[in-house]
Write a protein that binds this ligand. Sequence first.
Ligand code: NAD
Ligand code: MG
Length: 392
Amino acid sequence: MRNVVVLGATGSIGQSTLDVIARHPDRLRLAAATAFKRAEELVQICAQFRPELAVVGSAQAAGAIEASLREVAPETRLLYGEEGLIEAASLRGADTVLAAIVGAAGLRPTLAAARSGKRVLLANKEALVMTGRLFIDALAKHGATLLPIDSEHNAIFQCLPPDASNRLDQHGVRRVLLTGSGGPFRTRPLAELEAVTPAQACKHPTWDMGPKISVDSATMANKALEVIEAHWIFGATPEQIEVVIHPQSVIHSMVEYRDGSVIAQLGNPDMRTPIAQALAFPERVDAGVTPLDLVRIGQLTFEAADFARFPALRLAYEVLRSQDSAAVAFNAANEVAVAGFLHGSLGFTRIIDVVEATLAAMNHCAMNSVEEVIEFDARARSLAEARTRAMR
Ligand code: NAD
Ligand code: MG
């Protein structure tokens, strides 16, 4: 029996995870679940799964659901705020933590899971991008393991021999090929991008996801974050990471070996596949995913990634060749700019302008502690906010 904590249970990844857990009551149990604002949804989750612990965003949100929670799940303890998230992430009765909070808000809880020696199932890529080496070292120091949930990294994990991370050369790996659909604006005339709306940006052609990652997919900042994520998870150098556009999202990524072999992982674009793979690893369980029908799909196509249309991709490689803090600035500025775009105060093409300007405005340096990361993140955010206001 695996006891699973789901950080971000009300989100897109959180919901897919609960769906997989519900299919396997004999082997998976929900130990704790967290939500931010949608506290009533958390009450429903508790009624169904009866976890030990539930965590919401604020004392106010906790007060609002306390009575109804006691009614449907009297044994579930209720906490709130970051301390509650950290308590959930390090819960003694749990062995597995699904990190699915979006953005830097997930940093401390995800790190707490690593420091508690859990199996960390990582969807919250921003936490790893921000902390890089510090996160990887924390896993090793505390005997924790990381299993990637991001579909590309989960695919690469499945295409590599066991324990190949950080030993790619020894295992004859030449490159990892990250596939990306190209998002909703892959072929839209560049002149029209200026005026696209949040609703258009969030309408992804192949994946159904939360708003922040949907916008990131439209700017390809998501693929940029994933290039950095691949560097840290697999120990791949920038030269060993290539992005290939594959609009059908059927091949989720590939590994190319020295002898010319290329191994790919395929499946329908449904996050329950990587989630089930990681939850059950090294076994395999049903994920409720429709079987892949290649004959119906007919064609799989590929294109080169267009760095001029998607400058975020160029920035990803610049960040990897720069100092640690560049990744912190990239992520912080992107979060600020995406929020500005979603609130209607920043044009779509300005998102990456804000990121690039913030990166260029800061002196970059090594990050020696998580506190340094958090401090640099705050400085990058205030610079990015000033840029966002200036670009209105
Ligand atoms: P979402 O917006 O649907 O859900 C986010 C979750 O985080 C919610 O449960 C919300 O309550 C919680 N949350 C938000 N802000 C919070 C805060 N300040 N404090 C505590 N909790 C907070 O997002 P999502 O699409 O599920 O993505 C979650 C993470 O997974 C992201 O890092 C994303 O990049 C990654 N990811 C998502 C997908 C996908 O298909 N959705 C695929 C790969 C990776
Ligand atoms: Mg992905």
